[in-house]
Design a protein around this ligand. Sequence first.
Ligand code: F3S
Length: 400
Amino acid sequence: MYLTDEQKRMLDGEYGEGTALAMRVQVGIGEAFGAERMLPITRAHVALSNQDADVWFAEKLAGLGAKCRIAPTTNPGFDVEYFNEHVDLKPVDMEQMNRTLMAYQKLGAILNFSCTPYLYDNIPRQNEICAFSESSATPYMNAIYGAKSNRESALSALCAGITGVVPEYGLLLDENRKGEILVEVEADLTNDFDYQLLGYAVPKKIGHKIPVFSNLPQMISPEAIMYLCAELNTAGAVPMFHILGVTPEAKTLEEAFGKRDYEIIKITNEDLQEVHEKISERAGKIDFVLLGCPHVTLDQVIKIAHMVEGEKLKSELWINTSAHTKDVVKRMGLLEVIEAAGGHVVKDTCIDQPIWHHLEGKLGATESPKCSYYAKRRQLNFVIRPFEQCIQGALKGEIQ
Ligand code: F3S
């Protein structure tokens, strides 16, 4: 593929071994996808996982002296201090999280530790070329902001942050962003939770095609879109979709599909119900509620505080959110309210981390099919219900 002189210098090691390694990865990906050149990026987000391969690669790059030209925002691991105080944290897990932190700090990443960077910390304008990993973040960039990002891995997004470029292929090319299948939504979407089910139901019917959603409202809450994005990439791999009248590139059907022929499918109430029954455990007594996969928003934490004010929770309540949101609710006096009820508001933390040992084998509730899907491998089991029902469940110790 064609490389500029500057890009060749990176590849040849003039900017150090770390940058050269990152560039080799980028060139390899470009060649695999038939890219002809590199494009400069303005933003990146690394879905840091704090798991072995992630730590190994970040430490390798940092050890070779790599520094990010475009500082990426980063996904959560866990809040070492908070969990050390509240659960039985293993030294080996603590050490791994500290290594992750040090490696990404050395690389010059933005340590916001949030999986919803697109709501607060890393917001593009239309047509910005970006390198985003993370299941809800990439489609949110493409479909809602009209920015352009491929579905990067954590590792390739980090390399893009270091080199400041991405190979031009896939969703960076306008012709590959067009819709391929029309999804007529006949289901009644009565609350944000229904978008979780919609996101989970659609991939089974469309495979890897780019969906164009019709019959969705024009004013959809950020939470509902976040849920849709997260579940499309839990049940499937959908880095790009269109919502007619909402996606900047899809004001009309003609614009969404271009000249492509397309199939039409329908999503009904029965489809959503079927998915819900399949992925949720049966209602009953619960030991805990785990929210925030992706991270709970500021509006949602405020709502929780109002729901639990003056009450005592009967089940554990864990609310994962961004450091920014935790800070704001603390200033608002609402952190105290939730803690007085017995709840935990946790920053920097992902549900898929080795910190939930005390919940293993127990039954909990969550609003997130994604949470249930990933936490199952850690022996956490979930009844999946709308957000408000989960909070009521935490208050009563059981859920309907
Ligand atoms: Fe966020 Fe972890 Fe879920 S990164 S989306 S809390 S799996």
